[in-house]
Design a protein around this ligand. Structure first.
Ligand SMILES: [Zn+2]
Ligand SMILES: [Zn+2]
Ligand SMILES: [Zn+2]
Ligand SMILES: [Zn+2]
Length: 316
């Protein structure tokens, strides 16, 4: 980034103002929030309205971008807390690949800039009613994100919300977008598996017609699917079996002598033969299932590898 930054934001009486709300030229009465030197409001017809420094100031554009990002976000967070309104936020989750939605100020009652948390001073710290940090906001312009903030976030359970700023357009998004979209937010909204800690998959109960493998008469098979993972009847619980029976499945609990356990199997209503729908049974029928019933969540990891040692969980 070279030269001075042309932004629509200046400072007057200690507050950020948009160039659209001030008089043109020197009469704007604004100073640069970065270096403190006087600004001129350019409100001509040829260029996008912006502030420029009155004299060729030595104003670092990266520093200015950082300061503006921080203050614009601070203003929005303070306004949302004060007015008890939401500050919608959306992020692409690195843990489960979903795009999650939330409210940045949901648990926040106070926000501080550069608050000394001991090991770190995040750009903005949001505090909850108990006085504990609930979110740490970092504005990243040219430097890598502060590792101390990331470490503190992990230890405290307050997520880091990182906004990377490259341009004035990024600033305007922070100031005006209905929904904030941070570059990084390390928080997964999905329920986690109590056993292995993995984010759970959405579970679908799929039913499809087939001929009984024994008597060839028509029957219906039920199979579970965890977001693209065919699970057959593995992972079938009594509650799920009840739901499947309501949808027309014939399921029985039978002894599996290979696994030395009882498990649910699809049974032919005509001859009583078991029709297996294991994870390795043909999935074409499952995909083309005649019905798909949402059935909560399931841990695909634990169903497909029931004997596997659960991976070590990060914090415990
Ligand atoms: Zn400046
Ligand atoms: Zn997630
Ligand atoms: Zn699991
Ligand atoms: Zn049969």
């Amino acid at each position: 980034m070279r030269g001075t930054l042309k932004t629509p934001y200046g400072e007057r009486d200690g507050r950020l103002v948009n160039v659209s709300t001030v008089e043109g030229g020197k009469a704007c009465g604004c100073i640069c929030p970065g270096c403190g030197s006087p600004l001129i409001a350019h409100k001509g017809r040829k260029t996008v309205h912006h502030f420029a420094h009155e004299s060729e100031a030595t104003c670092n554009p990266e520093t200015l971008l950082h300061i503006l990002g921080k203050r614009l976000l601070l203003d929005r967070i303070q306004a949302a807390i004060r007015n008890k309104t939401e500050l919608p936020i959306q992020w692409d989750c690195a843990q489960c690949d979903d795009r999650h939605e939330g409210d940045l100020v949901k648990r926040a009652t106070k926000v501080e800039t550069e608050f000394d948390l001991g090991p770190c001073r995040p750009d903005l710290t949001l505090f909850g009613p108990s006085g504990k940090p609930v979110a740490l906001v970092e504005i990243v312009v040219s430097h890598a994100p502060d590792e101390n903030v990331t470490e503190f976030a992990k230890a405290s359970g307050a997520p880091t919300v990182q906004f990377d700023l490259r341009s004035v357009a990024d600033l305007e998004r922070i100031a005006e977008a209905d929904v904030l979209v941070p570059t990084v937010l390390d928080l997964c909204r999905r329920p986690k598996c109590a056993r292995c800690g993995d984010p759970l998959s959405r579970l679908t109960l799929r039913m499809f017609p087939m001929s009984c493998t024994s008597c060839r008469r028509p029957t219906r098979l039920v199979a579970l699917e965890g977001e693209g993972y065919p699970l057959g009847t593995s992972g079938m619980t009594a509650d799920l079996a009840r739901l499947a029976r309501e949808r027309g499945a014939t399921l029985e609990r039978r002894y599996n002598r290979w696994e030395h356990s009882y498990e649910f199997v699809n049974v032919c209503p005509s001859c009583g033969a078991a029709n297996p729908a294991g994870p390795d049974s043909t999935f074409v029928g499952v995909i083309a299932g005649e019905t798909a019933t949402p059935a909560g969540h399931i841990c695909v990891n634990c169903v497909l590898q029931p004997g596997a040692t659960p991976p070590a969980r990060s914090e415990s």
